[in-house]
Write a protein that binds this ligand. Structure first.
Ligand code: ACO
Length: 336
């Protein structure tokens, strides 16, 4: 029998910089009351959301992604010309093809980089982190820019109160590099998918299974459709499980976690996870009251805001966890 040599362990990687961008325009719950049959009280009590940001008509996902990416590169002190991998996580691309990452490459002038998108809904930024971690860890790339960016306002049915009150626009980014001796090191990561539940949350039209035609255009099929109650249950269970697995894979317990940065979809989902993980409420970063659910951008924006607000100190263990359409879920533990 031939001995197959074990692969070399991947090089550790770190988050060298973070950045985020949200559009200027604020849409409050009071404004939504004028559009659909809803109330500030219903939205606040069921979700925790008070307002969201809405991009201008000529402001695309790639523009927001590039602004967040530029801020992350500035913080990491990395020249755009030295970026060799760009991954954009989004379900609201500028165009079906090419990838939004290609436009970002152009906007930022990262001309030597490989650029592509991942589609994993709200888990997308953590999927991108895992791809970058292994690509850099294997030595294939050196400086990766990962971005979660969404213009969900273009994919929401503004006459459907079940969904339009939930979502917002924005982008968050991180620069991933080999970890020579610095903080921000990724200790563990867990990803999961359950395609059998794909129908619970999707954009049914606009793809090859249901092109938009003159006949079906009034049905607004290229907008988000969600069975909210079912998604809620799956979200709590999957995020709890993914959190426990990532904490355990890092050789830690939940008592070691200094800050939890969860996907920002619903305060009640976050409360349920926090209770099950027995993490103190003050150790949880929340900004969904300001932005609503920005899907792939949510964890990335929250990570950047937590960083810039000084919520993480060198050596702190940070847990990131997300859940979204697919169904998909993902978690990561980082030593800051
Ligand atoms: N204003 C007023 N009433 C409303 C609104 C609204 N905006 N939306 C729904 N209602 C009504 C419903 O019609 C329903 O009325 P009925 O009882 O007369 O039928 C009632 O409120 C209760 O509706 P539910 O759907 O049961 O409300 P629920 O408490 O479940 O909250 C919500 C809905 C907020 C959507 C919740 O289910 C949720 O957060 N689900 C998970 C969302 C999520 O995590 N998504 C994952 C990621 S998203 C992505 O991947 C892109």
């Amino acid at each position: 029998m031939t001995d197959i040599p074990s692969p070399a362990p991947p090089l550790p990687v770190r988050i060298a910089g973070t950045g985020s961008y949200v559009p200027e325009r604020v849409m409050s719950n009071a404004e939504l009351e004028k559009i659909v049959d809803t109330s500030d009280d219903w939205i606040t009590s069921r979700t925790g959301i008070k307002e969201r940001r809405i991009a201008r008509a000529n402001e695309f996902t790639s523009h927001m992604a590039a602004k967040a990416g530029q801020r992350a590169l500035e913080q990491a002190e990395i020249d755009p010309a030295d970026v060799d991998l760009i991954i954009v996580a989004t379900i609201t691309p500028d165009t079906l093809t090419p990838a939004t990452a290609c436009y970002v490459q152009q906007h930022l002038g990262c001309l030597k980089s490989v650029a592509f998108d991942v589609s994993a809904a709200c888990s997308g930024f953590l999927y991108a982190l895992e791809l970058a971690r292994h690509s850099i860890g294997a030595g294939a790339f050196r400086n990766a820019l990962i971005i979660g960016a969404e213009k969900l306002s273009s994919f929401v049915n503004w006459s459907d109160r079940n969904t339009c009150v939930l979502f917002g626009d924005g982008a968050g980014a991180a620069v991933i590099t080999p970890s020579l001796n610095g903080g921000g090191r990724v200790l563990s990561s867990q990803l999961g998918t359950d395609g059998a539940q794909a129908e619970l949350l999707n954009i049914p039209g606009g793809g090859s299974s249901c092109p938009i035609t003159i006949e079906n255009a009034p049905q607004q099929l290229a907008t988000l459709a969600m069975q909210g109650r079912e998604v809620f249950k799956h979200a709590v269970n999957a995020m709890k499980r993914a959190s426990i697995e990532a904490i355990s894979a890092a050789g830690l317990t939940s008592q070691d976690i200094k800050l939890l940065i969860p996907h920002q979809a619903n305060l009640r989902i976050i409360d349920a996870i926090v209770e099950r993980l027995e993490i103190a409420k003050e150790d949880v970063f929340i900004n969904l009251h300001k932005y609503g659910n920005t899907s792939a951008a949510a964890v990335a924006i929250a990570l950047d805001e937590a960083h810039r607000e000084g919520r993480m100190e060198r050596g702190d263990k940070i847990l990131l966890v997300a859940f979204g359409a697919g169904l998909t879920w993902a978690s990561a533990v980082i030593e800051w």
